[in-house]
Design a protein around this ligand. Sequence first.
Ligand code: SME
Length: 162
Amino acid sequence: MYQFAIAEGQDKPAFYHEVADALEALTAGEPDPIANMANAAALLWEYLPDLNWAGFYRAQGSELVLGPFQGKAACIRIPFGKGVCGAAAATGETQVVADVHAFPGHIACDAASASELVVPVVRDGKVIAVIDLDSPSPNRFDREDAAGVERLAAILAGRIGE
Ligand code: SME
């Protein structure tokens, strides 16, 4: 059993610092990418408030393929460039979307999703996966969430490759 002392109610940078420490500990020394993505999704799901989906899409050729996640069953394949995840994969840039319904090409996997944060996981200059977080609340994610999840992506970059 894993137990993490991640306090709620602290400011976001401090909160993400603790999540990063937990992720670091959880994945250290484990080479299996699926195990590490699965535990990362579980950690995000347990500790980040106000989410309805948390997980991974993995880059395979010119599309993203569903990876370990928590939440409702989701669309399996997303071409690079399509929707929020596809935009993150195609540009290599974090996408903070306050209102998914206003995002061109947004793919509605769960009708409850109102806002979304997608962070690419980059290794050797290539997007190898994206971390996708969905919330039922509009404007749930800000630049501090983006920076916090980017830190998690940096940890995972060396731990979810083939
Ligand atoms: N809404 C996403 C698709 C993935 S699901 O939300 C899990 C998008 O537009 O990329």
